[in-house]
Design a binder for this molecule. Structure first.
Ligand code: ADP
Length: 189
């Protein structure tokens, strides 16, 4: 069983592609944003956490790491995983390795979808019309990009050193990106 991370800036298409890949390769799609929003809705984490989401800042490390640890623990044995939105800091990447190691698991590949900020902004502002997400607006989005720029390099270096990072051009159609990501996954299953 293999585990993957889908990595990229806001608007890169992580969620869309992770969902398609999860279906095709029978992977559990673990979206940290969805897990957080769900935990908030169900009162599983403090309401206070919402202020980070609303501002486009990272929630505290402890909150997200505890939630992801729990979520990973709930998966069926031998279930392949695809992480989307996690890890988002070097610390999270290291913690994820520890969590997986305890279960004798590892990350096989980190699939980066690369887009420029202009395209990402365009897509998210389009999505804002239907997403209902209060962080999908221009001001908060600028902050989400700033956070991403700040955190991405150490994470990418961490996986590049382990020879696990592959990058795919995200300024293509959903179908083309899906084909390219599928090809990478197939090299690893
Ligand atoms: P996007 O990738 O488009 O920014 P997400 O749904 O992945 O959207 O994330 C939305 C928000 O959830 C982030 O701006 C942040 O506040 C919080 N969040 C998601 N994943 C993490 C994480 N791994 N660590 C800290 N905060 C996170």
């Amino acid at each position: 069983m293999k585990n993957f991370i889908i990595f990229g800036s806001p608007g890169a298409g992580k969620g869309t592609q992770a969902e398609l890949l999860a279906k095709k390769y029978n992977l559990a799609h673990l979206s940290s944003g969805a897990i957080l929003r769900n935990a908030l809705q169900n009162g599983l984490i403090s309401d206070n956490t919402n202020k980070y989401l609303k501002a486009g800042n990272l929630v505290p490390e402890k909150t997200i790491i505890n939630l992801m640890t729990e979520t990973i623990g709930r998966q069926k044995k031998n279930q392949g995983l695809i992480f989307d939105g996690f890890p988002r800091t070097l610390n999270q990447a290291e913690k994820l390795d520890e969590i997986l190691k305890e279960k004798n698991l590892t990350i096989s590949k980190v699939l980066e979808i690369k887009i420029n900020e202009k395209e990402g902004t365009k897509r998210i502002l389009e999505r804002a019309k239907t997403s209902g997400r209060n962080d999908d607006n221009k001001k908060i989005l600028n902050n989400r990009f700033r956070v991403y720029r700040q955190e991405m390099t150490p994470i990418k270096n961490y996986y590049r050193t382990q020879k696990k990072l592959v990058s795919i051009d995200g300024c293509r159609t959903v179908e083309e990106i899906f084909q390219n990501l599928s090809a990478e996954i197939e090299k690893n299953i």
